[in-house]
Ligand binder design. Structure first.
Ligand SMILES: [Zn+2]
Length: 162
């Protein structure tokens, strides 16, 4: 799972390590070219999804969303998280204790900003979702916190009566 990327490469001063993999981007089944992503995503979406940016805490539209439904990748539409696994972490971003099963998300070691974190990407298109943290003591079944940018996702409420 880890170690595919050369983590020792110094990163530039701007935020994030970038998620564009150049010629290797084809390893994602729903990958597109950088030009296509720029054409289909808003500048704000592009900054987070494709450049591994982070939206400002408490600014995302889904941070305090308690509706029942599914959260999909805003770039490619793959369902990644469900409201059943969302919990109130009070960290300023939507938080889930588990992603949907079946390797919907990809977890990659991220050594930007002088610390070791685990980046979460959509496994279908490679877009940046956020990070996952372990052992914080939130009392959830997994003791994991998938800290995900609202702008990386699109929420679909469950159908009435479903
Ligand atoms: Zn995706």
């Amino acid at each position: 799972m880890f170690g595919r990327r050369d983590s020792t490469t110094p990163t530039s001063s701007h935020e994030g390590t970038g998620t564009t993999d150049g010629p290797g981007a084809g390893r994602y089944p729903a990958a597109r070219t950088d030009e296509e992503w720029r054409a289909t995503l808003s500048p704000q979406e592009y900054q987070v999804l494709r450049l591994a940016g982070t939206e400002r805490a408490y600014t995302g539209e889904y941070t305090d969303n308690h509706e029942v439904g599914v959260y999909s990748c805003r770039a490619c539409g793959t369902e990644l998280f469900r409201s059943e696994q969302k919990f109130d972490s009070h960290c300023g971003w939507p938080s889930f204790y588990s992603a949907l099963a079946g390797d919907r998300v990809e977890e990659i070691e991220d050594r930007s900003f002088g610390s070791v974190r685990t980046e979460v990407r959509c496994a279908a298109c490679g877009s940046h979702m956020g990070h996952v943290f372990a052992g914080e003591g939130y009392g959830t079944p997994t003791d994991l916190r998938y800290c995900i940018n609202s702008i990386s996702m699109r929420f679909e409420p469950a159908a009435p009566g479903a």
